[in-house]
Design a protein around this ligand. Structure first.
Ligand code: OSB
Ligand code: MG
Length: 370
């Protein structure tokens, strides 16, 4: 497929809630939408970087620069037969996986459209209905946490994940466990702890959590392995895994027993499939993480989640929960009884862009190519 032109748009959007994590608070966000034009077809991708460098070093602004200055000049005007070929053309760019992931996923959409098949089939998926959970930010009080937990359980979510930070961990989780004795529960520390905090994790170990997500440093595997050795609860790696090689090292070290797979963090669908396969070879489940995506990124997450070894509920919760009526696609990606269906408006990603709305959200736009 020849890449005729790539359009970038930076969008200003607001979440319906303030999302607090151990690394900060988010509500008013900048998001990057990417459209590849090729031979009369359009492929859609979304850059999953944060607005600020709290989760990782990548941001919407660094992604813009990486794409415009280094990635797109090696891509536009050229012809690629496969995502692997396209990735080879940018192999000289170290890091910036979320920026490149936005482009790579758009290329998959394009290829699926050219083949006239749904993206999930091209990816090799086998499921048609995706069980999802919800990721719940740090609340103002234990009572509020329990009330939020009950509300999400009543809405049908299949697993509830709670953000924790030092000083906000065991007490809220004990209260939620008491209120919801049989609900699958997890916690996500986003790297806020050190090995010297092991006591917290031994207390959490008593609560029957499905896993504890990324307790230690964002670039660590060795200390996670030390912590895992003393716990019954599985650790789940998020920030530490940027490639299938990282997944292999983490699982080989027993730094974790579950992987949160985020498409952008590993450079796109091709590497996601490799991470998925490595995890399967270790007998470790994966689940699809979220980065507060708009409809394009959310749809990519759902298509990827159809692969066999996505055996735990993902973070791809209902779009309406985040965006109300203001998602950028026509299709409503809302879970029913904790299950998300795949968007099916045509081949590929199966979504329709709401260009009128997108125009009002756009704060800068640039096209590369003709
Ligand atoms: O660590 O999984 C994370 C959101 C932004 C950055 C990192 C994370 C998250 C979430 C929310 O947990 C996932 C979602 O609801 O999209
Ligand atoms: Mg996480």
């Amino acid at each position: 497929m020849k890449i005729d032109r790539v359009e970038l748009r930076e969008l200003q959007v607001s979440l319906r809630f303030r999302f607090e994590t151990s690394f900060g608070e988010e509500q008013h966000l900048r998001k990057l939408l990417l459209v590849i034009h090729s031979e009369g077809l359009e492929g859609y991708g979304e850059v999953t970087a944060g607005t600020a460098p709290g989760y990782s070093y990548e941001t919407t602004a660094t992604s813009w620069t990486a794409l415009v200055d280094y990635v797109l000049p090696s891509i536009v005007g050229r012809e690629f037969a496969t995502p692997a070929q396209m990735l080879a053309a940018v192999s000289g760019v170290r890091g910036h996986n979320m920026a490149i992931g936005g482009l790579e996923t758009a290329f998959w959409d394009l290829q699926a459209k050219a083949a006239g098949m749904p993206l999930w089939q091209l990816l090799g998926g086998v499921k048609t209905s995706i069980p999802v959970g919800a990721s719940i930010g740090i609340q103002k009080s234990v009572e509020e946490t329990v009330a939020t937990a009950r509300r999400h359980a009543d809405e049908g979510y299949r697993r509830l994940k709670f953000k924790i930070k030092p000083g906000w961990d065991v007490a809220p989780l004990r209260a939620v466990r008491e209120a919801l004795p049989t609900m699958p529960l997890t916690v996500d520390a986003n790297s806020a702890y050190a090995l010297t905090d092991a006591r917290v994790f031994h207390e959490l170990d008593e609560l029957g959590l499905d896993y504890i997500e990324q307790p230690l440093a964002h670039d660590d595997l060795v200390d996670h392995a030390k912590l895992q050795a003393g716990l019954t609860t599985a650790l789940c790696l998020d920030e530490s895994v940027h490639s299938a090689a990282d997944a292999r090292k983490g699982l080989e070290l027993d730094a974790g027993r579950v992987i949160n797979l985020k498409v952008g963090r590993v450079r796109g669908h091709l590497e996601s499939r490799r991470v998925h396969d490595v995890a399967a070879s270790f007998g470790a489940p994966v689940w699809c993480g979220g980065m507060l995506e708009l409809g394009v990124g959310r749809a990519h997450n759902l298509h990827l989640s159809t692969l066999e070894n996505f055996s735990l509920p993902g973070d791809t919760a209902s779009a309406t929960r985040y965006w109300g009526d203001d998602d950028i696609i026509e299709e409503r990606l809302d879970a029913v009884d904790g299950l998300q269906a795949l968007p099916t408006s045509g081949p590929g990603l199966g979504v329709t862009l709401r260009y009128d709305l997108i125009d009002t959200l756009t704060v800068r736009a640039q096209a590369v190519g003709d």
